[in-house]
Write a protein that binds this ligand. Structure first.
Ligand code: ATP
Length: 346
């Protein structure tokens, strides 16, 4: 029987959750890896998670995206059984905490926030300790998981000398010891430098290619765009978008060029009526959107009118701009929990 390991003082086992392969049962593979419906968690008067739905299919990489405080970690904590929902359905491979207790997490591994290891032991020794706690075949998988996370050459170095990114990857290795079907990662690239981010994204790609289902949280649209198939975007506990990345991309506004001139007010007036062009004032500069031909023509018009461009730079990537539109607080926003995908995107 699979059981969640008791929390130990040094941290890791509180985060890494047991996994043992369920015997294959006809129909199991048709099930969702994760089914969440109407999931709600309140802390006093604060609704941290407000009746959200998420469906993660087996084999996909699913992102839960949102700014700080959106409720992402709270969702993952409920999945791991670290906190109880106030309402809603939460099933993992068709099992629930109410019906199945700790067996709910059979086949699931991952960590919340950052994994912790004995810094004065090598990466390999830390994995050996964890494998020893697990028993079974975990010990035989150490070389394989070190290879998957690209730590083979550093496995005999002390973890205290590892970069933050290497410790994150060792956390993934520790999760993989249990040969999971679902890997759950809470902001795995958070705090990593650009090389660490690149390595972590490449690792998630490799894991997905091997058929593992991955559910990860992130506050980085670019990360989710690069590695996820589907995404749920959360804002203050509610879902403001869920669907495929490609559908989201189709809704994104065209990328803006940010323009400063010697006379922005006159430049904005000159744009009025120009075909294929929209110009809006944004944070002390002009956000110019349109086809390349329209923008070229506009810049020529400015010059003929005696207005000199002082700078012309590319604005946020389209999906990033859409993410901010969906998740940034606005005084006119309806109370959270009342905004639908369509309303949010229209
Ligand atoms: N134990 C708790 N007691 C009270 N409020 C909490 C508790 N845990 C979380 N919250 C609140 O619930 C909301 C959602 O928090 P959560 O940590 O899930 O957000 P998040 O999207 O993971 O953000 P971050 O990226 O900053 O971790 C926040 O307003 C947070 O302050």
């Amino acid at each position: 029987m699979c059981a969640r390991r008791p929390a130990l003082p040094w941290g890791v086992p509180a985060f890494i959750v047991t996994s043992c392969r369920l015997p294959s049962v006809a129909g199991v593979t048709d099930q969702l890896a994760v089914r969440i419906e109407g999931l709600t968690k309140r802390y006093g008067s604060l609704t941290a998670v407000d009746g959200i739905d998420i469906a993660v299919a087996e084999g996909e990489v699913y992102g839960v995206l949102g700014p700080n405080g959106a409720g992402k970690t709270t969702v993952l904590r409920m999945l791991f059984g670290l906190i109880r929902p106030d309402a809603g359905v939460l099933e993992v491979f068709g099992r629930s905490w109410e019906q199945n207790g700790t067996d709910t997490l059979a086949g699931v591994a991952g960590f919340i926030e950052s994994p912790k290891f004995y810094p004065y032991l090598t990466g390999r020794k830390n994995l050996q300790l964890l494998a020893g706690l697990d028993g079974g075949a975990a010990r035989e998988r150490i070389d394989e998981v070190l290879d998957v996370v690209d730590l083979t050459g550093r496995d005999r170095d002390k973890v205290g000398g590892y970069s933050f990114g290497m410790r994150q990857r060792l956390g993934v290795a520790a999760s993989l010891l249990r040969d999971p079907r679902l890997l759950v990662l809470d902001e795995p690239a958070n705090g990593l430098d650009p090389a660490g981010i690149r390595d972590m994204r490449a690792l998630v790609h490799r894991l997905a290619d091997s058929g593992l289902t991955v559910l990860l949280s992130s506050h980085d649209m670019a990360e989710v765009e690069e590695i996820c198939d589907n995404v749920t975007i959360m804002k203050t506990g509610s879902v403001v978008y869920h669907g495929t990345i490609s559908a989201l991309r189709a809704q994104a506004p065209p990328q803006a060029h940010l323009l400063r001139t010697t006379d922005d007010a006159a430049a904005a007036r000159l744009a009025a009526g120009a075909e294929g062009l929209s110009v809006a004032t944004a944070e002390g500069q002009l956000a110019v959107r349109g086809t390349q031909d329209a923008i070229d023509a506009y810049v020529r018009t400015l010059a003929l009118a005696g207005i000199a461009p002082r700078s012309l730079t590319l604005g946020e990537a389209p999906l990033e701009a859409l993410f901010f539109m969906l998740t940034e607080a606005s005084p006119d926003s309806p109370p959270h929990g009342t905004r639908t995908d369509q309303e949010a995107l229209s």
